[in-house]
Ligand binder design. Structure first.
Ligand SMILES: CC(C)(COP(=O)(O)OP(=O)(O)OC[C@H]1O[C@@H](n2cnc3c(N)ncnc32)[C@H](O)[C@@H]1OP(=O)(O)O)[C@@H](O)C(=O)NCCC(=O)NCCS
Length: 283
C-alpha cells in the first residue's frame, strides 16, 4: 500500500463496518511496510481489495483488514491477497478475528485454534463517575511526550508482552489523536495510558491499558469527549473489564472470536480496558 491508497482503502473498509483509525494505515506503512497489501484494478487504478498482516514480533503475525469490493468477490482476489501476505508472514503464528461465515475458509488455511477470549466491541458515550479525592491527590495525568514515552513503553510491554516502541510513539502522535499517561505523583510510576483517535466510523480508544477502573475513568475524562459523541472501546470476553463496560453504559456492538494457527496468545487481561488497534494486535 502507498500513501495515496489510504483514502480508497478506508472507504472500502467503512462500507464493511470495519473500524479503523483514520491515520493507522500511515503508521503501519512506517512500522511494517510490507504488511499492508492492496489489489488494484489496472484499468481504473481503483483499489478493489486489501489485506494486512502485522508481524508484531519474530514469531507472531496478526491478520486484520481483509476485504474485496463486492462486485469483485469470489473471483480469487481474496485468495491472491492471502497468498501474497503469506510470503510476508512466513512461518509465524497467525491470528485473526473471523467473520463467522469465513471460519471454514480460515480453518482450511491452518487457523484451527480458538481463543477462549472473544473480542467484544462496544460503542456508546461512557458515563463516568467522579474521581475520588485520593486519586486527585496521588495521580497526575500528562500528555505522552518525549520525556515519558520510555516509561509508557515499559508499561505497554508489561501488559501486552511485546516491544513495540516505534509503534507506540507513532500511535501517540497520529494526527487528530489525544494521548495521555497517568503517573503516580509520589514515584512517577506509570499507572495506565490511553490513546484516543479519530476513526472511520467513530472515535476509538486504542488502547486503554490501566491498573484500575478509577485510572481508566480518569484517562477517559481527560480526553473530553463531546457530549453528543459515541466512541468505540474493544475488550476481551471473560475479562473482568466487561462489568466495567456495563458500568460505563457502553453498548455491546459486536462479538468476534479469535483464531490462531500455532499457539493461542493471551495477555495481561485485567489491565486491557480497550485493545490497541483492533486491526493490528490481538490485545
Ligand atoms: C472475505 C473476502 C475478502 C474474500 O474475498 P474473495 O475475493 O471473495 O475471495 P476468494 O474468491 O479468493 O475466496 C476465498 C475464500 O473465501 C471464501 N468466501 C468468500 N466469501 C465468502 C462468504 N461470504 N462466505 C463464506 N466463505 C466465503 C471462498 O469460498 C474461498 O474459500 P476457499 O478458498 O476455502 O474455497 C470477501 O468476501 C469480503 O470482502 N467479504 C466482506 C468482508 C469480510 O467479511 N472480510 C473478512 C473478515 S474476517
Amino acid at each position: 500500500m502507498k500513501d495515496d491508497d489510504v483514502q480508497q482503502s478506508l472507504d472500502l473498509l467503512s462500507s464493511h463496518e470495519m473500524f479503523l483509525g483514520l491515520h493507522e494505515a500511515k503508521t503501519w506503512i512506517q512500522v511494517d511496510p510490507e504488511g499492508l497489501l492492496v489489489a488494484e484494478d489496472l484499468d481504473t487504478g481503483c483499489i478493489i481489495g486489501i489485506i494486512s498482516g502485522n508481524n508484531y514480533d519474530e514469531h507472531n503475525c496478526f491478520i486484520s483488514i481483509f476485504a474485496v469490493k463486492e462486485e469483485h468477490r469470489l473471483n480469487g482476489i481474496g485468495s491472491a491477497l492471502w497468498n501474497a501476505l503469506m510470503q510476508h508472514c512466513g512461518n509465524r503464528n497467525l491470528g485473526l478475528n473471523p467473520r463467522p461465515a469465513m471460519i471454514p475458509s480460515y480453518t482450511k488455511r491452518g487457523l484451527t485454534l480458538k481463543s477462549p477470549y472473544d473480542q467484544k466491541i462496544y460503542v456508546g458515550h461512557p458515563q463516568l463517575g467522579q474521581p475520588s479525592a485520593t486519586l486527585i491527590e496521588e495521580v497526575i495525568v500528562e500528555k505522552i511526550n518525549k520525556e515519558n514515552i520510555k516509561e509508557v513503553d515499559k508499561y505497554d510491554k508489561s501488559v501486552c508482552g511485546i516491544e513495540r516502541f516505534k509503534y507506540n510513539w507513532l500511535n501517540a502522535n497520529e494526527p487528530e489523536t489525544k494521548a495521555f499517561v497517568a503517573l503516580s505523583k509520589a514515584t512517577n510510576k506509570v499507572l495506565g495510558y490511553c490513546i484516543f483517535k479519530k476513526g472511520n466510523l467513530c472515535r476509538t480508544f486504542s488502547p486503554i491499558y490501566a491498573d484500575s477502573d478509577e485510572i481508566t475513568e480518569l484517562l477517559i475524562s481527560k480526553c473530553e469527549i463531546p457530549e453528543d459523541e459515541k466512541v468505540m472501546m474493544a475488550t476481551l470476553g471473560l475479562s473482568p473489564n466487561l462489568e466495567f463496560m456495563e458500568k460505563l453504559q457502553m453498548k455491546l456492538y459486536l462479538t468476534q472470536s479469535t483464531l490462531f494457527s500455532n499457539e493461542i496468545r493471551i495477555t495481561n487481561l485485567e489491565r486491557v480496558y480497550s485493545l490497541s488497534s483492533v486491526n493490528f494486535f490481538p490485545f
